[in-house]
Design a protein around this ligand. Structure first.
Ligand SMILES: C[S@@+](CC[C@H](N)C(=O)[O-])C[C@H]1O[C@@H](n2cnc3c(N)ncnc32)[C@H](O)[C@@H]1O
Length: 257
């Protein structure tokens, strides 16, 4: 089962990237729209991705990243990496994903920003111990079959006192295990926030756009699956957020000094 999960997500995202080609679809997350609306002032060209960017901004604001060495695990199509590098101004930004098609896409799409994009597995991060000041991970850990290994791996590559800024969703039944794994890996928990309502607001706002993208990039036979995957209004995943069968959370964590 773990081997199948790893195989499925790897090949699904590689397929998705091939379908998207060179089109500017640089985020693969559900977004974040709090009741107050805008949480960050954006350049006009970034407005189209406001909800997805605001999810990154919410996560990245858990630490002052200016002049730090930052690793992003599971960067997808690199929109978040581009945003954090341009707006939060880390000294270096390294971004990995197991989808080699996405890494090739990112090197072209965001090549001018000096981001080090690499292929890699979140559960076995190929970096020295105590290496990064902060690690970011957005809406990806639900894909990893060995989640304990992921948290241990992030803990290993963080320097002492470094921050792990993290957001994802789980079913109500699976959600308590996340914090058990986080603590077992050795992290201190500074804060945990339930952002389900904010994510749901973003999904509702963007449903028509996500539906149109699903139809643009997927063959007709896959439309129902892709609409569910994109959690458009009325899909089973959207309804799981409405009914709070899925909880979307964010954490600010640190490694002890
Ligand atoms: C929902 S997308 C989120 C991408 C990005 N964080 C964003 O918000 O746009 C999940 C990402 O996790 C990546 N992923 C899944 N399993 C992985 C693994 N074992 N190691 C590294 N990346 C993985 C996928 O390739 C995909 O890019």
């Amino acid at each position: 089962m773990p081997a199948f999960k790893q195989f499925f997500w790897k090949h699904w995202y590689q397929y998705l990237t091939r379908r998207i080609g060179s089109a500017p679809v640089t985020f693969l997350n559900y977004g974040f729209l709090p009741p107050e609306g805008e949480t960050v002032k954006l350049e006009p060209q970034d407005e189209i991705n406001r909800a997805a960017i605001q999810l990154y901004h919410h996560v990245a604001s858990g630490d002052d990243l200016a002049d730090k060495n930052v690793l992003e695990v599971s960067c997808g199509h690199g929109g978040g990496a581009s945003f954090v590098k341009r707006y939060h101004k880390p000294k270096t930004y390294t971004a990995i994903d197991q989808n080699q098609n996405a890494i090739a896409y990112n090197r072209k799409a965001h090549g001018a920003l000096g981001i080090d994009f690499r292929t890699g597995d979140a559960q076995a991060l190929d970096f020295p111990e105590n290496h990064f000041d902060a690690v970011i991970n957005v809406e990806a850990s639900h894909c990893y079959p060995r989640q304990e290994a992921f948290f241990r791996s992030v803990h290993r590559v963080l320097r002492r006192g470094g921050k792990f800024l993290y957001a994802d969703f789980r079913t109500v039944a699976d959600e308590p295990k996340v914090e058990r794994d986080i603590r077992a890996a050795g992290f201190n928990v500074h804060s945990k926030t339930d952002i389900t309502a904010h994510v749901l607001r973003a999904l509702t706002r963007n449903s028509e756009r996500y539906r149109a993208l699903a139809h643009q990039f997927a063959p007709r036979i896959l439309h129902p699956f892709v609409e569910m995957f994109a959690a458009v209004e009325g899909s089973s995943i959207y309804n799981m957020f409405v009914n709070r069968d899925y909880i979307y959370f964010s954490y600010q964590l640190s490694k002890s000094d």
